[in-house]
Write a protein that binds this ligand. Structure first.
Ligand code: MN
Ligand code: MN
Length: 488
């Protein structure tokens, strides 16, 4: 007779990336202990009848507790961001530690981890952002950090002071691949944006909607193509973040059709917003500004196809918390500021899953299993968290989100738990709602009530991302560190 269960989730339909089955789940010690038609009595029982029981969401691309950029302060720290995450059914976040030029990378990372202490309410992994890939960084610091579980890093191909040149990108791809990490790129052409922005401002075209004109799809297409070519030359896998639409997708699909290990994500802002949203009167358009920008109204359909045919594997939020009002938000430089001086980025860590569930699962556009794959299982595999995260299996972490597929909710910022004073989805009705969130066996969100305590979330030292492992196997190289169920 085995030890008693801590918690039993009874009567629900358990959905994984492969199956939907009627079964109970027994949890013990923060993990899934039993999957069965009936589980024995437990200290606590949750009735999940009528609900879908899914792996907790993994938001693989969010920004919080980051240094300010362009006059705007990052409004969410680890506490408010992870609180917002769990209320939206997300049990794991991956956010970024940004290299500070002139400071040892390990110090930057230590400071970022310290900012999570006593604050994180769900488990978290950390990506690196490299802005200056010096020989010291590539030769010493990065390999050491990869061994400590920082197995992914982002490079920018744009933003003044941040963007990497082609040679740095190749060198970084090479080192990351050898050491077992995945490179993520923000693919937009720096020179084009710079030239177009100056031209637009000189012509007096400075309103929020001109932001979209400063970075048309060709800008993203070129950088995506170039990043793919650089990865091909370096013989390394590549992950393209926040793919906004058609022309970048064509590049990724082309790479995949040539057998190249190229992967990508998109975000709700490209599925549910368009460039026209930035046309709203006054300064309202600034609420929809992000990079790359939302595109034309035909574009979302292209993205849905890419998400369902496998070209793109992940839906992340790219949660970038700039407030709207106040001296350190989007209005920091005044409401007449040109678009070049308005903080980019929109919040979305809490709305990602409800929007996707509603527009994807409730409409029948995708299956519940496809939803789980895009929002939890694929991010876990892509970033070295599987199989402890991203699925419901015996031994996996008991990170579960219970969905009421019928519940209708109207999204208002007042309903959300981030520290941002707006949501771009204000007034939108969704069907399907995460009514309970369980994180490592603990009920942390119970239909409007937050039960988690700050500091309960743990740092996740991640294994080698699956694309890197697959690539090494194909090349007959010694595999790195395969993920295991006991990784934490
Ligand atoms: Mn980016
Ligand atoms: Mn981002």
């Amino acid at each position: 007779m085995s030890e008693p269960l801590d918690l039993a989730v009874r009567g629900g339909t358990v959905v994984t990336a492969s199956d939907s089955v009627r079964c109970d789940i027994g949890l013990r010690g923060g993990r899934v202990a039993i999957l069965a038609e009936d589980v024995p009595d437990a200290a606590e029982v949750i009735d999940a009848s009528g609900l879908l029981v899914m792996p907790g969401g993994i938001d693989a691309h969010c920004h919080f507790s980051q240094p300010s950029y362009g006059g705007a302060v990052c409004a969410d720290d680890f506490e408010s961001a992870t609180r917002s995450a769990l209320c939206g059914g997300t049990t794991t976040t991956l956010s970024f530690a940004t290299q500070v030029a002139g400071e040892p990378l390990r110090d930057t990372v230590a400071a970022y981890l310290a900012s999570a202490d006593g604050k994180a309410m769900v488990d978290y992994g950390v990506h690196l952002i490299l802005v200056n890939a010096t020989p010291q960084v590539l030769g010493q610091d990065l390999p050491a950090l990869i061994k400590r579980g920082f197995t992914s890093l982002k490079l920018f191909m744009m933003y003044d002071g941040y963007h990497a040149e082609d040679k740095q990108i190749i060198e970084t791809l090479d080192v990351a691949n050898q050491e077992g990490a995945l490179v993520m790129v923000h693919a937009e052409n720096h020179a084009c944006i710079d030239w177009l922005s100056h031209k637009l401002v000189a012509e007096g075209k400075t309103r929020p909607h001109h932001h979209a004109q400063s970075r048309p799809m060709a800008v993203e297409r070129e950088a995506t193509h170039r990043a793919i070519a650089l990865a091909e030359v370096a013989d390394a896998p590549l992950f393209v973040v926040h793919v906004s639409g058609r022309e970048a997708i064509e590049q990724i699909a082309w790479a995949q059709s040539h057998g190249l290990p190229v992967y990508g994500e998109t975000c709700p802002q490209y599925l549910f917003l368009t460039a026209e949203d930035m046309d709203r009167p006054g300064f309202e358009g600034a609420k929809f500004m992000c990079s790359p920008p939302p595109r034309d109204s035909a574009n979302p359909e292209v993205l849905w196809r890419a998400l369902t045919n496998g070209t793109l594997q992940i839906l992340s939020s790219d949660h970038s918390p700039s407030r709207f009002d106040g001296p350190d938000g989007k209005k920091a430089n005044g409401e007449d500021a040109p678009f070049t001086r308005i903080a980019n980025g929109i919040p979305g860590v809490e709305t990602r899953l409800p929007l996707m569930f509603s527009e994807g699962v409730s409409t029948g556009r995708i299956t519940a299993s496809e939803f789980v794959a895009l929002t939890s299982t694929n991010p876990a595999r892509m970033y070295g968290l599987a199989p402890a995260k991203g699925t419901i299996a015996v031994g996996s972490d008991a990170d579960l989100t219970l969905w009421d597929p019928q519940r209708k909710t109207t999204l208002f910022n007042a309903l959300l738990h981030h520290n941002v004073d707006f949501t771009p989805y204000e007034g939108r009705e969704v069907t399907g709602w995460p009514v309970k969130t369980i994180a490592r066996g603990e009920l942390v969100w119970n239909d409007g009530v937050i039960l988690a305590r700050p500091g309960r979330g743990r740092f996740l030292a991640r294994g080698t991302p699956e694309p890197v492992l697959q690539h090494q196997r194909r090349k007959g190289l010694k595999p790195g560190c395969p993920p295991t169920i006991t990784m934490n």
